[in-house]
Ligand binder design. Structure first.
Ligand code: ATP
Ligand code: MG
Length: 701
């Protein structure tokens, strides 16, 4: 090391060092995956503190994409400096906005103890507003309105700022009015939703220059990770904080953003990759540092990933190199079906473990949430601990719990907890009043709820409509129970979900997370089919739920590609590289290349998570709702140069050229595939929402 150079600068390459040391003025670090962008940010924080550029860590504002990333950055900074660092403002946009808003709530028209609504509360509120306006909730579901409002908020549009035609999208032009009513209602309730957190602060800053000036004085240095995925509202917020123009003080603009246009994967949620491209215009005099050495992956992985992303048009383009050597080629394996895919990956994990590899260094990255199920089951069977990152485990997702509740009542009529969960899901006029009466009769006669439901005492108490509805439900349960005696249990499950109206409830639901939930339900039917009978399946679930995620053991990480952003693992498994799954069906249906290119960026993110080993799989067949469908290898496989790839076609089904395979057989089979089969919805929104909702039990936006 050079004499006098602080320890934390050692080991950085020259452009990285430049990015750490150039602390004054705007700076953009634009670089590919694994080049040390996040490391530069962390070191920069350490440098600002150690070199005395700030008097106190609270003068640094660092924005990360997830709470987990914030914790890690905080820990690393402490490690770098060799002592705990306290007082840093580090967190997600939402977390930081909550902090600012609590201090200045009154000025934003709230009390400092304001509540933050979760998605359920939000939906409930919107339903009330729809009812008040006499709008049919079936035709114009509250969830659609919720996602519209969300999108408006991502674009920083208040009700008054909505372009007129946008409101046409809902209830014949009432969208804007409902949005305004919703905001008014939130105000009365002293509440706000996730999107408001940013908007309130933006407006606070705009209306109260003195408050803004106060934060200008406080935050001498601003740092932002994953800048390519910021949306309009986040961008405006940053600009307000960083563009300290007016006033007596000279402009500082000490903002440092790092990002990679090739990893922009939230376009569908309103992120604007344009923000990164416009940086130099927004912050005149901005310096741009490019990093080209990749420290994460070996040569073959990097070569394959670079070739893959090169197939996208309209990118800035970058060269990446590594001195880590070629390492192992990226492996591509064709397997027969999804269970075989899970077996193959499970076996390989076991063999890695035998060779001394830790499970913490292994990840399975899937495109859509429903795909985790097969792997979770396999890992449990093999006794390999795992964690699902960014969302609940498959059997803990709300829609799966609901469906399971139906099955539990069929198998075990005295399962009161299960019955209570679904008695009014979907809505069938058996609200809390009816339930209370039901409980009364059950207690009085010491009966389980399903027996009390038929009791004459109860019939006397219920209104005719509730009585009919409850009797109907009980008859349904009897019928389903009988069907189970003669018919295939997977088929009965499908029937139960259909006839109870449960599937219909989600089909009606036009919110972005609904398709993902429907996929999960289909996957549940497939799972049940893998067991002898319903009892066997339910027993299995008890076992699955017992698996404790909070122990100290090393664990395999299972997650969606969206959740894997910024992370790295020695070994990465990438299953399901098939047309219609990855790229997903929606991107194939859409005219133009926009969605498809975002899928390819997602594939790039996936491959570049791997340090030493990347293993891609595709299955020749998938079972959807009991139906076998032939599938075709993903077009992304065509983008991987043979020099970096080792293809293993153990099944003898696939030739060397995937392109030939796609044209050669099974063409058209995806044409019949259900559109909702593979959907992007059930993926990452969870992570982002989870960041502010602190433990939401959902797996969707
Ligand atoms: P992504 O685009 O995926 O977010 P990134 O650009 O943020 O990647 P980092 O996560 O900061 O990259 O770094 C990738 C890996 O390379 C990390 O393990 C990091 O510690 C290591 N690394 C970064 N810079 C160096 C360096 N100069 N010397 C050794 N290792 C480095
Ligand atoms: Mg990073």
């Amino acid at each position: 090391a050079e004499r006098g150079q602080p320890l934390y600068l050692e080991g950085l390459n020259p452009p990285q060092r430049e990015a750490v040391l150039k602390v004054e003025g705007p700076l953009l670090v634009l670089a590919g995956a694994g080049t040390g962008k996040t490391r530069v940010l962390t070191t920069r924080i350490g440098h600002l503190i150690a070199s005395g550029h700030v008097r106190h860590p609270s003068q640094i504002l660092a924005v990360t994409f997830t709470n987990k990333a914030a914790r890690e950055m905080q820990e690393r900074t402490s490690r770098l400096l060799g002592h705990p660092v306290e007082g840093l403002w580090i967190g997600t946009f939402h977390a930081i906005c909550v902090r600012i808003l609590r201090r200045n709530a009154e000025l934003a028209g709230l009390n400092s103890n304001f509540t933050i609504l979760d998605t359920d509360d939000q939906i409930r509120l919107l339903k009330q507003l729809l009812a008040a306006e006499n709008i049919d909730d079936k035709r114009w579901p509250a969830r659609i309105l919720a996602s519209l409002i969300d999108r408006w908020k991502n674009r920083a549009l208040s009700p008054e700022q909505l372009p007129g035609d946008e409101t046409q999208a809902f209830a014949n032009g009432l969208g804007g009015k409902l949005y305004a009513a919703y905001q008014a209602r939130l105000q009365t309730l002293n509440a706000c939703d996730f999107g408001d957190l940013l908007l309130h602060v933006i407006r606070l800053f705009q209306k109260h220059p003195d408050i803004l000036a106060q934060y200008h004085r406080q935050f001498r240095y601003i740092l932002v990770d994953e800048y390519q995925d910021t949306n309009v509202a986040q961008y405006l917020w940053l600009r307000l904080l960083a563009q300290n123009t007016g006033g007596a003080q000279p402009a500082k603009h000490n903002i440092c953003c790092v990002g990679d246009d090739d990893q922009s994967i939230y376009g569908w949620r309103g992120a604007e990759v344009g923000n990164i491209l416009r940086f130099s215009q927004d912050f005149p005099g901005a310096e741009v540092v490019r990093l080209e050495q990749n420290y994460r992956s070996t040569g073959h992985i990097l070569g394959a990933a670079s070739a893959l992303i090169a197939a996208n048009e309209g990118r800035l383009g970058k060269t990446l190199w590594t001195d880590a050597g070629n390492g192992e080629p990226v492996r591509v394996s064709g397997v027969w079906d999804a269970p075989e895919e899970a077996r193959a990956i499970g076996d390989e994990i076991e063999s890695l473990q035998t060779k001394g590899h830790g499970l913490n260094d292994i990840a399975i990255l899937v495109r859509a949430g429903f795909q985790t199920r097969e792997f979770e089951e396999r890992l449990i069977t093999l006794g390999l601990p795992y964690r699902v990152v960014g969302g609940p485990r498959f059997y803990e997702r709300a829609e799966i719990r609901d469906a399971m509740a139906y099955l539990r009542v069929i198998a075990q009529p005295s399962d009161d907890l299960a019955f209570e969960r679904i008695i009014n899901v979907p809505k069938r006029g058996l609200g809390s009043a009816a339930l209370q009466k039901l409980h009364g009769v059950a207690r009085q006669h010491s009966l389980p709820l399903t027996r009390a439901a038929r009791h004459p005492d109860l019939m006397d108490q219920l209104r005719p409509q509730a009585r009919r509805s409850l009797t109907g439900l009980m008859d349904d349960f009897d019928r389903w129970r009988e069907a189970l005696a003669t018919e295939n249990h997977a088929h009965v499950t499908e029937m139960v979900l259909e006839e109870s109206g449960y599937t219909g409830m989600w089909q009606q639901d036009k919110s972005p997370d609904a398709p993902g939930r429907l996929d999960n339900l289909k996957e549940l039917v497939t799972a049940i089919g893998e067991f002898e009978n319903l009892a066997g399946f339910l027993e299995h679930i008890a076992l699955v739920m017992d698996n404790d995620e909070n122990d100290e053991r090393e664990k395999v990480s299972v997650m969606t590609l969206h959740s894997a952003k910024g992370l790295e693992f020695d070994t990465v498994f990438l299953p399901g590289w098939e047309e219609g799954i990855f790229p997903n069906q929606r991107s194939l249906d859409e005219a133009g290349l926009k969605a498809l290119e975002e899928e390819r960026r997602l594939a790039y993110v996936g491959l570049t998570r791997a340090r030493q080993r990347a293993h891609i799989f595709f299955a020749g067949n998938r079972q959807v709702f009991g139906q076998w469908q032939a599938s075709l290898p993903s077009r992304f496989l065509d983008d991987l140069p043979v020099t970096h790839v080792e293809t293993d076609t153990a099944q003898g089904l696939y030739g060397n050229s995937n392109r030939a395979a796609r044209g050669g057989w099974g063409s058209g089979s995806w044409g019949d595939a259900d559109d909702s089969f593979a959907d992007m919805a059930n993926t990452a929104p969870y992570e982002a929402k989870q960041d502010v909702s602190y433990g939401d039990d959902k797996y969707g936006p």
